[in-house]
Design a binder for this molecule. Structure first.
Ligand code: DAH
Length: 339
């Protein structure tokens, strides 16, 4: 009988060593220690049938073996529970992994320029205004004193949506919307998208950004326009920037001017960005036409004002020496991450 017990002992040890899960350990426990049909219990039950001199020693050995196997089972359980828990925990949260690197993003260069220009004009006490991109013809043309036969109203210069709606081709629309709502004095800029069915090339896109400006008050003169735009150009391009005002025509300003700045890439010496002229046109501007004031119900005898409009892409290209407008819209991070 003793021999049989030590065989059982070895067998139980082997079985436990092979048990790789808590379920498998439980099966080993039932096989050896189960109340019904467990090997050890069967032996204990059989003791009364043994010759009297073997009964007590067999009983002792069987009990010792029972305790031993119980302990092994307990040890195996603890070990496996530990293992299962840590592998479960590992799946959820591996403390040893290095942190995931999430690089910071930043604003698009066009947004950066708009924000910077907003900052410059805020210091000059200008309000920031916005208008809709889908506009009525009235705001894009009629109210701006643009006659019905003006070339900018042609289909190939404006995206028409039907029913007198269009995608605005200039931010000058916001001048009218603001003057309809507010009484002078007015000092505002209006940044936003504009749309033109231009053939896309290095300098043209069918969507780009403008910033409109408008000041209306009693006694506003052309010298105020020059002063404000000079301050702006110096803040954006630096103190040594030179400006050139050229007479021009816009239906909503009289007199009108186009404003060039000395090319910031070549410092006026001439390069491909300024077509070797040393100057780049950045702004249209002028004194608000009295017809526009009449349309919005302002007293054109009492008030004067100046307006201006600038292209944001153009300004950004000049600042950084970018020679292709398409780069702004291709969403190529190799380009965008440089700003
Ligand atoms: N809206 C004009 C354009 O898109 C730019 C412009 C010119 C705006 C003169 C003005 C202005 O406010 O006074 O070409």
């Amino acid at each position: 009988m003793q021999e049989g017990l030590s065989e059982i002992q070895n067998q139980a040890k082997d079985d436990l060593a092979k048990a790789e899960s808590l379920d498998a350990v439980e099966q080993v426990r039932t096989r050896y220690l189960g109340r019904k049909g467990g090997i050890i219990n069967e032996i204990i039950k059989a003791i009364p049938g043994l010759p009297p001199e073997q009964r007590s020693s067999t009983g002792k050995s069987a009990n010792m073996l029972k305790q031993e196997i119980s302990k092994w089972i307990e040890d195996a359980r603890v070990k496996l529970a530990d293992k299962e828990q840590t592998s479960e925990a590992k799946e959820m949260f591996d403390l040893s992994l290095p942190g995931e690197h999430k690089p910071y993003g930043h604003r698009h260069p066009i947004t950066q320029t708009i924000d910077e220009i907003k900052g410059i004009f805020r210091k000059l006490c200008f309000d920031i205004e916005y208008g809709p991109e889908v506009e009525h013809e009235y705001y894009n043309f009629d109210a701006l004193n643009i006659p019905a036969d003006h070339p900018s109203r042609e289909d190939f210069d404006t995206f028409y949506l039907g029913n007198k709606r269009l995608l605005r081709s200039q931010t000058s629309t916001v001048q009218i919307r603001v003057m309809e709502k507010k009484k002078p004095p007015i000092r505002m800029i209006a940044p936003g998208k504009v749309f033109r069915p231009d053939t896309v090339d290095a300098r043209h896109a069918s969507m780009f950004h403008q910033i409109e400006g408008l000041t209306v008050d009693e006694g506003v003169s052309f010298s105020d326009l020059k002063y404000v735009l000079t301050l702006f150009a110096q803040s954006y391009f630096g103190q040594d920037v030179k400006m050139r005002f050229r007479p021009s025509f816009f239906p909503f300003t009289e007199p009108s001017a186009e404003i060039d700045i000395s090319c910031s890439i070549c410092k006026g010496k001439g390069c491909s960005v300024c077509s070797h002229s040393g100057w780049v046109e950045v702004l249209g501007a002028g004194m608000v036409d009295p017809n526009v004031f009449e349309t919005v119900g302002y007293d054109a005898e009492k008030y004067t004002g100046f307006a201006f409009g600038m292209g944001v892409e153009r300004l950004t290209m000049l600042r950084y020496g970018i020679d292709n407008i398409r780069l702004f819209f291709e969403n190529d991070l190799r380009f965008l991450s440089q700003f």
